[in-house]
Design a protein around this ligand. Structure first.
Ligand code: UD1
Length: 418
């Protein structure tokens, strides 16, 4: 089984080129289904979730060509609205094919999605949105299906701003004959990016990035070329690594405006941050300051995806920091693992209390989800001695060459097999 051997105690110095966003590429690639022609999508990161999405597109009848980080998707010959169960089960974002196929074919069926185990992760808001747009939805134990019926367009109110449900509703509404209004939407930059792609294909969408999105029905889409936005969570992960290990790291090809909240928090810890339009440099102080309370929430609040890497960085802060996780009910799988490194952490429900500044030692670690994996790598890099990390498939779902990139910055990480 493959694992990482991580030797702690090195400072990080150098540059990282920000990849295209996982959470931007997945909905945009799914949206290619709506277009009867060939779309060319640039800046698609070479990660497992993107590869799974491309496999799903192939199974649906799309012709895929990939050159570097550019992917062309010819969705002319889509012949089925059924997403294969084994592929759907590999990642949560496969549920987006429900809205996309519904828009294109008027019917879709998919196995309940997999992905990180961060809690119950129901799809009720996705299905409620489709019903609001006039779809007949059928739920079975293992699958969900929908088909076009009745009004075809309409009003959807989200009781919680779910990212995926907002994206699914946008995809479905673009394929409706009549206009739609989506209210209570999530405002994440990746949703804006999806709407920009659909607009480049001829959709008429206003309000993306706000609470209310208006979508004109009955528009025929045409092929477009589009570049996926930079991955803000990849950028934040490297910044947390630099903050935790010490040193100076510059992120290139990025958009610092996408992760201002996380940067403000890193500034509060004492890191010096300087930005240009497309780069950001973090210089870590000798000693980080703790943060009394960090509360995750929907964008523009602190991203739940940034919580694990920030926690790893704050292990080096001298004093007590606290976290409150409000987005997922179970997103502290890394806490027990960080304790194995000697970290002083107490978890009570949605809260974690962290007493930082305690010397960490090497341990054998197991990653249980994507961002937890990144956090464990960062924490192990700040510990004395050697640590091993298992569960690497989580890391490859969402990061392009994470260990290799850290090594280029000075980390001592080796991929081993036993
Ligand atoms: C997306 C991101 C993920 C990020 C999350 C929150 C992608 C591919 N993934 O996931 O990286 O951590 O946003 O920023 O973009 N919920 C329901 N019912 C639903 C849908 C969601 O109760 O039908 C709940 C979830 O259980 C969770 C909360 O809403 O507690 C947020 O989930 P959501 O915003 O939907 O996250 P995802 O789209 O799955």
């Amino acid at each position: 089984m493959a694992f990482l051997s991580i030797c702690g105690g090195t400072r990080l110095h150098g540059e990282v080129v920000n990849s295209g966003a996982k959470n931007g590429a997945l909905p945009i690639l799914s949206a290619c289904v709506l277009v009867e022609g060939t779309c060319l999508i640039h800046n698609c990161p070479d990660i497992a979730d993107v590869r799974t999405t491309l496999q799903i597109l192939s199974c649906l009848g799309c012709r895929i060509q990939r050159q570097g980080t550019s992917v062309s998707v010819d969705a002319h010959a889509i012949h089925t609205g059924k997403v294969p169960g084994d592929l759907a089960g590999q990642m949560r974002a496969s549920i987006l094919f429900l809205g996309a196929l519904y828009a294109r074919l008027g019917q879709a069926s998919i196995a309940r999605p997999g992905g990180c185990s961060l809690g119950a992760r129901p799809v009720d808001l996705h299905l409620q949105a489709l019903r609001g747009l006039g779809a007949a939805v059928e739920e079975e134990e293992a699958t969900v299906s929908c088909c076009r019926e009745g009004t075809d367009g309409g009003f959807v109110h989200f009781s919680y701003p779910s990212v995926g449900a907002t994206e699914n509703a946008v995809l479905a509404a673009v394929g409706c004959r009549h206009d739609s209004i989506l209210h209570g939407c999530a405002k994440e930059p990746e949703i804006v990016d999806l709407c920009c792609f659909l607009s480049a294909c001829g959709a008429e969408i206003t309000g993306a990035g706000s609470e209310t999105i208006y979508i004109r029905g009955g528009r025929k889409l045409h092929p477009a070329e589009y570049t996926v936005l930079p991955d803000r969570m990849e950028a934040v992960s490297y910044l947390c690594a630099a903050a935790g290990c010490g040193g100076e790291v510059t992120i290139r090809n990025t958009d610092p405006s996408l992760y201002q909240t996380e940067c403000s928090i890193l500034s509060l810890t004492g890191c010096e941050i300087s930005k240009t339009e497309d780069s950001l440099t973090l210089m870590a102080p000798e000693q980080l300051r703790p943060i009394p309370l960090l509360v995750t929430g929907p964008y523009p609040h602190l991203s739940t995806d940034a919580q694990p890497p920030l926690m790893a960085a704050l292990l080096r802060a001298d004093g007590v920091s606290r976290f409150c996780e409000t987005v997922f009910e179970s997103r502290y799988s890394h806490v027990g693992q960080l304790q194995l490194l000697g970290a002083d952490l107490a978890c009570i429900g949605r809260y974690v209390r962290l007493r930082g500044g305690i010397p960490l030692h090497g341990a054998q670690l197991q990653a249980e989800d994507l961002r937890a994996a990144a956090a464990l790598v960062i924490a192990a890099m700040t510990a004395e001695g050697e640590s091993t990390l298992y569960g690497l498939h989580h890391l490859s779902r969402g990061y392009v060459n994470f260990p290799e990139t850290l090594c280029a910055l000075g980390a001592k990480i080796e991929l081993k097999d036993q």
